[in-house]
Write a protein that binds this ligand. Sequence first.
Ligand code: FMN
Length: 179
Amino acid sequence: MELKEILEKRRSIREYAEGGRLTADMVKDFVTAALEAPSWKNTQTARYHAVLSQDMIQKIREKCFGSWNFRNTANVQALVVTAFVKDISGYRKDGTPDNELGNGWGIYDAGLQNSIFLLKAAEAGIDSLVMGIRDAALIRELLEIPENEEILSVIALGERAVTPEKPLRRQTDDVLKFY
Ligand SMILES: Cc1cc2nc3c(=O)[nH]c(=O)nc-3n(C[C@H](O)[C@H](O)[C@H](O)COP(=O)(O)O)c2cc1C
């Protein structure tokens, strides 16, 4: 698939079909591709906690999502908790931030990686939903995620039951300024 086609195919999916083809090896491939992203001083601080056990998926859905994302994730095949190791990207060796963004750079790096993750999934025919509405403290407790990692999104993976319409995009000229 050409990149243009993958970009058009990727949608946030909130209705998944039962079953599906997703395997742990496929998730591993998406993460391996994501690691090709650039990062602050090549620090690569993004982390992935991939939950494929249906038992744990249901626990996370019930305990860590509100009603909206609980509904959105019926039949998903995996929930991938994304995180980054704090106080490295954007920081000097002596622990002081390089500039005003501090850990914003860790979030930036993880976002760059996560985009590739989503596009590789779409290329493999795996649909996704990035969720920022989640209870990070409960997720940390359930998966025993160490305190030095800041939890970001949970990415649901599965196969779509319906294809939603593409939400409107801004016009390029509204967001791009040349100098
Ligand atoms: C950081 C982030 C957090 C998001 N959180 C949620 C969420 O909690 N629940 C949800 O249904 N969609 C969530 N979304 C999906 C967006 O609503 C969606 O990407 C946007 O409407 C554009 O639609 P598209 O992904 O199909 O292009 C999130 C997306 C991002 C990037």
